[in-house]
Design a binder for this molecule. Structure first.
Ligand code: CA
Length: 234
């Protein structure tokens, strides 16, 4: 499943129009009407890109842009009623990749989205930001926090990405659940060890040809997990 374009817009009518145009151009979309909801959606699935309205009911879109950028390096297009030059410059300073003033043409928005995605692909294909395994069958983009399986982007949560990145950093090394909790999730809490199993199960559904006989994420019985992929020469 392709990662979605996250549409953050409290004007539901406008959000519906944007959604229809993006889906017409074969993008998958998720919608959030508030800052809170946008962060929840970004935690559930790392977006491919974000269309961000700056005027939101429960907080500033500017701050949201920064919080979203901490979750992964995907392009953000700001959509706003503000049109002064200083505000536009402020938007770019916060990490926006493009800026459109309302009322924005949905057709133009789709064109601009495709353009920023193309720029991103070029910018993040360098060797130091990607790790490729099994002849390119699995690629981790460490900058964008994205996974590509057989050439197609796969939708993952930030936790799933961190977990896979931890395991894949040293192929063949067995990690205990305990280690995975503290390394990949960054916290430790008694009883959380088994939550790793659920994340591994989800990851297998997403990256393995047959999740029951995994090629990448192997169970080491009584111990934990290891990553069995082979890293390609950069
Ligand atoms: Ca608004």
């Amino acid at each position: 499943m392709l990662p979605p374009v996250l549409i953050v817009e409290d004007d539901t009518k406008l959000a519906r129009i944007v959604k229809a145009y993006l889906e017409g151009a074969d993008f998958r979309t998720v919608h959030a009407a508030t800052v809170r909801e946008a962060l929840q959606k970004a935690d559930a699935e790392i977006p491919l890109a974000v269309i961000l309205d700056l005027g939101l009911p429960d907080g500033s879109g500017e701050e949201l842009c920064q919080s979203l950028k901490e979750r992964g390096d995907f392009p953000v297009i700001m959509l706003t009623a503000k049109s002064s030059e200083e505000e536009r410059i402020a938007g770019f300073a916060l990490g926006a990749d493009d800026y459109m003033v309302k009322p924005a043409s949905p057709r133009e928005l789709v064109c601009r989205l495709k353009a920023v995605l193309k720029r991103y692909e070029r910018g993040t294909s360098s060797a130091e930001s990607t790790a490729s395994y099994n002849g390119g069958a699995l690629i981790l983009n460490t900058l964008r926090h994205g996974i590509t399986k057989d050439g197609l982007p796969v939708s993952v949560t930030p936790t799933e990405f961190k977990l896979l990145l931890t395991l894949a950093a040293t192929p063949g090394r067995t990690f205990t659940r305990d280690e995975l909790v503290s390394r990949a999730l960054g916290y430790h809490f008694e009883g959380y060890d088994r939550s790793i199993d659920a994340h591994i199960k989800n990851l297998r559904q997403k990256i393995e040809k047959d999740p029951r006989t995994p090629e990448f994420l192997k169970t080491v019985y009584g111990v934990g997990y290891l990553f069995a992929g082979e890293r390609d020469e950069p």
